[in-house]
Design a protein around this ligand. Sequence first.
Ligand code: HEC
Length: 111
Amino acid sequence: MNRSMLRLIALILGSTIAGCALAASPGQTIYETHCSACHGSDGKGAFPGVPDFTQKNGVLSLPAAVLLKRIEHGYQAPGAPMAMPARGGDASLTDQQIKLVLGYVRSRFRG
Ligand code: HEC
C-alpha cells in the first residue's frame, strides 16, 4: 500500500469518526431514545400539554436546578392535561444522564 492510499484511508476514517461525534452526542442519543416520543425531535411537543421548548421565555427559561428536579421526580402543572413522567418513564436513567440530556435540550431548543 502506498503513502497516498494510506493518507486517503486516514482521511475517510477521520471524517467518519468526526461525523458520528457530530451526529449523536450522548445527550442527543438519550433525548432521541427517552424524550422525543413526547417532546418531538424538534422540541415543540408531540401532544397537547407537552411544552414547546423552543418558545421564547418558555419552560427552558426556568433555572436548570428546577428543571432537573422536574425531570428526576416527574412533574404536572396544576390543571395540565398530561404529566412529565419521572426520568422520562425509565427509572434506570442516571442523574448524570439526566444532566447530559438537559444540557442537550437547553443548548439545542432554548428560544
Ligand atoms: C410520556 C411523555 C413524556 C416523556 C417520555 C418525557 N416528557 Fe418531559 N414533559 C412531558 C409533559 C406532558 C410535560 C409538561 C408537564 C407540565 O408542565 O404539567 C413535560 C415537561 C418537561 C420539561 C419542563 C418541565 C416543566 O416545568 O413543565 C422538561 C425540561 C422535560 N419535560 C424534559 C424531558 C426529558 C429530558 C425527557 C427525557 C428524559 C422527557 N421530558 C420525557 C411529557 C414527557
